[in-house]
Write a protein that binds this ligand. Structure first.
Ligand code: ADP
Ligand code: MG
Length: 629
């Protein structure tokens, strides 16, 4: 094909999201522009690994150039940086798809966060969200991409100034690499430094020293290429020779994050199957931690060939780990779908899971402070294992940490809890909600406090689920303080005083019956409470029903038609109650009292009132009466 027969490049508008992303990229992410190089190198390395994988089935794709390679060529005079790989390459159609749109689901979240983020956070976000390629526009005012797909004679060029449009069209094959992709960055004046060899050496060493493809540098036009990274896979080297800084760099490049690992685990398994593991617990929460698909991000290699990052190598409750597994036993020519069902993978998953959990146990024991930070970040995810992984629930209960009514903001283990249990205490008590401080202020906790009984405060969504999974610890079941009768009578008060008698005067008993009749279907029961000291009333869920918090969650998710009717518990010793009970039969306040009590309990629970006008009217009558007296 000659130049004349080729149609000229066509101009296309970027998808709206890309345009917005580029705008933000150029205008707000100036703090750490070095990351663009890591992103381009990581794409080039991915392209080499994809080719290695496709060449297993079609070795001809490698032709006479089998060794993967990334070359960076600099031209300081022209202010130009060129990055070339001999990987899989892209067809013209592929370039249009991948370099003009944003396919990834996390991108919407990225854009929102980037818009709101301070400049310093912006660069961090790029790495976390993997919008890598476009970061080239942080340093270049024109980017050209020449590419040729492996096995194809046709080449194409994509170019853009990052201002809303790009041009895409075929290009004479002699202008493109024989295979793979060449990216030419025309650097902005204030980014001229990126055409300097020492800058590039420094960045590659810091960010990409351990990509599994060798990187060479051509310092200026016509100069000899010299190797600046050797492409040895870090995970195949013996642990003793690897420095913490090397692990940290590797973590950043494989995880696409800018923090440091909180925990590194590197070992070689040599049982029935052989595999290398190098995984990390991040120091901060990855952005996609609570994505609904709950996907893991551990990469699978087979004898150093990257296979997939879709394999489920860890259970979902360990999805916050980053890193890779390199198996010696999986066949290279197995389809990715079949790999997932392979018994070898199942064995690896089992071994890796146990190993990760025992590493966490070890950290919890040897370095509680470090473990507390890990739990801060990932506890809510680990707790999913309590109802998803029954085989390991004891281990997971052992790893779990809680804020409690006795912990003063620190994490407590269940072993701590059990050791502090009161005489005659029959259960491990918990209260769920959305906010620790609000849970801690619930009236339902008063009777437990008065008896010195510790209550676990559970603020995470996941808590509503695992507590109902029938777990117990040393025979003590988990029991909600907002559900069923409180059975506290047997536990003495903390100051040694006699607990108030729940059995009360005939007047109170009669009043409770009156309240029950007046409230009708709004409640399932009205009863005297032994869980209240300072408050007059509270709501609890009936025995055997759903916990109130879980009920709210399910109702919110549309999975529950109507909430079950709650129990109204009344504190028979509270002056508000004794005085209302003593009102004359024909006192107009008596008719309002049951509704006022119920609404008071609802408000204490942070619930919306079903009849706010009715409440306001009763309140107005009450205030008028007090003012008159
Ligand atoms: P990601 O790497 O997370 O997919 P990027 O924005 O870095 O996102 O890249 C977008 C896509 O562009 C890649 O998924 C890949 O399909 C394509 N791409 C980018 N650089 C190259 C390259 N050097 N060779 C082949 N394909 C590439
Ligand atoms: Mg990328």
């Amino acid at each position: 094909m000659t130049a004349e027969t080729l149609a000229g490049p066509q101009t296309h508008a970027f998808e709206a999201d890309v345009a917005r992303l580029l705008h933000l990229m150029v205008h707000s992410v100036y703090s750490d522009r070095d990351v663009f190089l890591r992103e381009l190198i990581s794409n080039a390395a991915d392209a080499c690994e994809k080719l290695r994988y496709e060449a297993i089935a079609a070795p001809a794709l490698l032709g006479d150039d089998p060794a993967p390679r990334i070359t960076i060529a600099l031209d300081a005079r022209e202010r130009r940086l060129t990055l070339e790989d001999n990987g899989i390459g892209m067809s013209e159609a592929e370039m249009g798809e991948t370099l003009g749109t944003i396919a990834r689901s996390g991108t919407r979240a990225f854009l929102d966060r980037l818009g709101a983020a301070k400049e310093a956070e912006g660069a961090q976000l790029i790495g976390q969200f993997g919008v890598g390629f476009y970061s080239a526009f942080m340093v270049a005012d024109k980017v050209e991409v020449f590419s040729r797909r492996a096995g194809s004679d046709e080449a194409a060029v994509w170019s853009s100034d990052g201002l809303g449009t790009y041009a895409l069209g075929p290009v004479d094959a002699t202008e493109a690499p024989a295979r793979g992709t060449r990216i030419v960055l025309h650097l902005m004046a204030d980014a001229a430094d990126y055409a300097e060899p020492h800058t590039i050496r420094r960045i590659v060493k810091a960010q990409s020293g351990h990509v599994p493809v060798p990187i060479t540098l051509v310092e200026q036009p016509g100069a000899e290429a010299s190797e600046i990274a050797d492409g040895t896979a870090l995970w195949t080297r013996p642990r003793a020779g690897i420095t913490p800084a090397e692990y940290e760099d590797f973590y950043r490049s494989i995880a696409g994050q800018f923090d440091a690992p909180a925990l590194s685990l590197h070992y070689r398994a040599e049982g029935r199957y052989e595999y290398n593991v190098l995984v990390f617990v991040p120091e901060t929460r990855p952005f996609d931690l609570f994505d609904p698909d709950r996907k893991g991000r551990i990469k699978l290699y087979v004898r150093r060939v990257f296979i997939t990052d879709e394999a489920q190598l860890l259970p979902r409750y360990l999805r916050f780990l980053r890193g890779l597994v390199d198996s010696a036993d999986l066949p290279l020519n197995m389809s990715r779908e079949m790999i997932q069902d392979s018994p070898i993978l199942a064995t690896i998953q089992k071994g890796l899971t146990s190993r990760v959990l025992s590493e966490l146990e070890k950290t919890a024991k040897d370095d509680p402070e470090k473990y507390a930070k890990i739990w801060d970040n990932f506890g809510a995810v680990l707790k999913e294992g309590l109802y998803e992984d029954f085989e390991r629930r004891e281990t997971l209960l052992g790893l779990a940490r809680f804020k409690t009514t006795a912990s003063a903001g620190a994490w407590r283990s269940l072993a701590d809890y059990v050791a502090a249990m009161r005489e005659n205490q029959t259960a491990i008590y918990y209260a769920t909600g959305t906010d620790i401080d609000r849970i801690a202020a619930s009236p339902q906790l008063e009777g437990y406090r008065a008896r010195g009984i510790e209550v676990l405060l559970l603020p995470d969504q996941v808590d509503a689920f695992w507590v109902t999974a029938g777990l117990d610890l040393e025979g003590k079941p988990f029991k909600s303080v907002t559900q069923g009768a409180a059975d506290l009578a047997l536990v003495p008060l903390a100051d040694g005083a006699e607990p108030p008698k729940a059995e009360s005067s005939a007047e109170i008993t009669g009043f409770l019956a009156f309240v029950r009749d007046a409230l009708g279907d709004a409640v399932s029961e009205v009863r005297a409470s032994d869980r209240l000291t300072d408050s007059a009333v509270c709501l609890v869920a009936p025995e055997g029903g759903l916990d109130k918090q879980l009920e709210k969650l399910l109702a919110g998710a549309g999975q529950l038609p109507a909430t079950a009717r709650p129990v109204l518990e009344v504190n028979p010793a509270h002056p508000q109650v004794t005085r209302l009970a003593a009102l004359a039969e024909d006192d107009p306040l008596r008719g309002d009292a049951p509704h006022l009590l119920l609404d008071e309990a609802r408000i204490a629970d942070g619930e919306a009132l079903p009849d706010p006008r009715g409440f306001a009217a009763r309140m107005a009558r009450l205030v008028a009466r007090i003012a008159q007296a």
